[in-house]
Design a protein around this ligand. Structure first.
Ligand code: ADP
Ligand code: MG
Length: 690
């Protein structure tokens, strides 16, 4: 045991703890754990409590542990799927046998041998084993002399993990950090804690990591969830107050303007679009700056809503700026805004500002914006970097808002003389409760309806052994002059590794599967991503191989196949996002989900995507599943799963909100609550909330 050198601050890197080291610190960082404070505050998402059961009494679907002797253990390759696994037969003291299989885990053969006494823990599965009880990827432990299981029996914490970490390792590091728990500042004011009957932070951390009863764990989690949501809501309350302090120019509602817009836009607005437009107009007609998030599926028609707002702004004699994350998206916006607006309002000029333009062209656009000659400027980061000035900015719009940091959005807003109204758009459907929890400073408009005339995308879960069938579909579509995406699996590795495996997949497909077709590759490490997307949009690339890190948020109506490798590793909402990239035209499109994990649970999740087409509904399902902690990565939407889980309780959020507002009212700026003040500041800095 190395000598414990305790760093004296919670803000120190986890690397300072014994036995962590740089490599593990990097792994922990992937889980959002960078400092010792983070480590302490990240409770296990659940606990396993096992007492061994006789094999004869195992019930399918239930979690169980078994103690027995290994009768045989060997590597096998399945015939149908050609997958490599390790298979063991285990007999318990009553003589009953069960089977255990591990996928892609050849190392098991080094750890367990015939004749070993073992404890196994996992979910009991009967269907896959021809009526015999079995476990897929059970946790295992070889038992020593006393026959007592250490990690498989008893109470075992379950922490979220990435490659290279085990719950046991994390538990060890937490153990060495626990003496510091007493230094944790409590963000919850005493009065809130008392009113809500919540534990103090240090106590909650100790109980949460090392509970003796389920009730301990429940209390600890409740306290941590409440505090996290409270911190966020306090931050939002502060933001709302600061936004309210600086007025915007009112943009009066004018009926003829919207009438003309509707007549000229070229289609009938959906009910959801009309409602969102109306909500935005109401906000804009006030001097309290609008701060609204437009949340709607890919293809739900958010741009038309933004364009209607730009028209109203123009009619009030003011300008609109629209920022998109990539040049190609900015160009698509330019095109849409022009189509939607320029024929109806001949004096309304829409201009583009991206870094790819020539210097004279950029100068011309800057002049046009500064003189007030053009009403709408669409662009990328270049809008901020180029120091564009507006004569009279009334409205700032940000598309794919999660792609921009707080500072970038602030800089965009600072382009007006007063505070412009602000409209953010996101294509990630979020259930309302979750949205209120993580975007609490914004008002929400949900576009939960698709324009008519779309052919729903046919979604199919394809077994890895049937991969050839997926390729046949891709080939058939491409032969019919269509295009396809192939998304590479999400891997928990460095960008370099991701890029490398995507490159290998691209080369394999080009060489072995589609030698006669034109393939392209796009990944996060490439400089000319925009260039590749342009070639795909232009049809020069027929099949685009992309890593999951590259958001392909671009309109390519001619693309009709979205093939996703390793689909089981993605969240449902994310799969839905990918699917939204096809089916944009009227032709039938396909989404093919290939899963590496043949377990029932994974297939069930994927079946949800296949059966549900509504992004909001899928997001709710995703949240339900993720709320349970399983499979989910850390801090989706900047929220821990402990907090996410707590949100399932219907009144919690409004309670938290009230408490936060109450404190802010009695203590504007949180001066009398330094721990809260610091936590709020950290939030505002860290999260991408605007
Ligand atoms: P997103 O919400 O993903 O930004 P877009 O605004 O790009 O969606 O709209 C997707 C496509 O649907 C565009 O081609 C747009 O012109 C079209 N569209 C938008 N609203 C309607 C509607 N109400 N009826 C028919 N087509 C529409
Ligand atoms: Mg869009």
């Amino acid at each position: 045991m190395p000598i414990l050198v305790l760093p004296n601050t919670l803000d120190a890197s986890v690397e300072k703890l014994p036995d962590v080291g740089t490599v593990n610190a990097r792994r922990l960082a992937k889980l959002g754990i960078e400092t010792i404070r983070d480590l302490l505050l990240t409770l296990p998402y659940s606990w396993d409590r096992y007492t061994p059961s006789p094999i004869s009494s195992l019930t399918p679907g239930a979690q169980a542990s078994v103690v027995g002797t290994i009768v045989s253990i060997k590597p096998i390759t399945t015939q149908r799927r050609r997958m490599r696994l390790v298979e063991a037969m285990v007999a318990d003291d009553g003589g009953a046998q069960m089977r255990a299989v591990w996928f892609n885990s050849a190392f098991i053969l080094k750890q367990l041998h015939e004749g070993d006494r073992v404890a196994l823990a996992g979910i009991v599965d009967k269907n896959r084993f021809g009526g015999l009880a079995g476990m897929v990827n059970p946790r295992h432990e070889r038992l020593g002399g006393d026959g007592q299981a250490q990690k498989v029996g008893g109470l075992t914490p379950r922490y979220h993990l990435v490659e290279g970490l085990t719950a046991r390792k994390i538990a060890g590091w937490v153990e060495s950090a626990l003496p510091l728990a007493g230094q944790l500042e409590d963000v919850l004011p005493v009065e809130v804690r008392e009113r809500e009957h919540l534990l103090e932070v240090a106590g909650a951390v100790r109980l949460g990591h090392k509970p003796e009863t389920d009730e301990d764990f429940r209390q600890a989690r409740r306290r941590m969830a409440f505090a996290e949501l409270f911190e966020l809501q306090a931050a939002f309350a502060l933001m709302r107050a600061s936004i309210a302090a600086e007025p915007a120019s009112a943009i009066p509602y004018q009926q003829p303007v919207i009438d003309a817009f509707k007549a000229g836009v070229g289609f009938e607005l959906t009910r959801a679009q009309r409602r969102a437009t109306w909500e935005a107009f109401q906000d804009m007609s006030r001097t309290l700056p609008m701060n609204r998030l437009l949340n709607g599926d890919v293809g739900s028609g958010k741009t038309a809503v933004a364009a209607a707002c730009a028209a109203m702004t123009f009619a009030a004699g003011m300008q609109t700026v629209v920022m998109a994350p990539t040049e190609i998206l900015a160009r698509q916006h330019l095109h849409k805004f022009r189509t939607y607006l320029e024929s109806t309002y001949p004096a309304l000029k829409v201009e583009l500002l991206v870094s790819g333009l020539s210097a004279p062209e950029r100068r011309r656009v800057r002049t046009s914006a500064a003189s007030g000659h053009c009403a709408v400027v669409v662009g990328t980061h270049a809008l901020i970097e180029d120091d564009v000035e507006f004569a009279n900015l009334g409205l700032a719009v940000v598309d794919e808002q999660h792609r921009f940091g707080t500072r970038q959005r602030e800089l965009l807003r600072a382009k007006g003389s007063g505070r412009p109204h602000f409209l953010a758009m996101t294509a990630t459907p979020i259930p309302r409760t979750l949205a209120l929890a993580v975007y609490g400073e914004m008002s929400l408009s949900a576009i939960d309806e698709m324009p008519p005339g779309r052919t729903p995308v046919l979604t199919e879960v394809i077994e890895p052994a049937d991969r050839d069938r997926a390729y046949t579909i891709v080939r058939a579509e491409v032969s019919g002059s269509r295009q396809a995406f192939v998304i590479c699996p999400l891997i928990e590795e460095s960008e370099a590794v991701v890029a490398k495996s995507a490159t290998a997949e691209y080369e394999r497909l080009q060489r072995d599967v589609f030698p006669d077709l034109r393939l392209g590759l796009i990944h996060g490490r490439m400089k000319d991503k925009d260039e590749v997307m342009k070639r795909f949009v232009a049809g020069e690339i027929q099949i685009l191989v992309a890593t999951a890190v590259v958001e392909v948020g671009v309109d390519v109506p001619n693309a009709t196949v979205m093939m996703i490798e390793g689909a089981d590793r993605f969240g449902l909402a994310q799969l839905h996002q990918f699917r939204g990239r096809v089916g944009r035209g009227s032709a039938q499109s396909y989404c093919l989900l290939l899963s590496d994990d043949p377990s029932g649970a994974a297939n069930e999740r994927l079946a949800l995507v296949a059966n549900i087409n509504d992004g909001f509904e899928l997001a709710r399902q995703d949240m339900r599943i993720r709320g349970m902690g399983e499979l989910m990565g850390p801090r989706q939407h900047g929220l821990s799963d402990v907090a996410m889980h707590a949100l399932e309780q219907p009144d919690l959020l409004s309670e938290v909100r009230q408490e936060a507002e109450r404190i802010l009212e009695s203590d504007p700026g949180f001066e009398r609550h330094p721990a809260l003040k610091a936590a709020v500041a950290r939030r505002l800095e860290l999260t991408s909330i605007s």
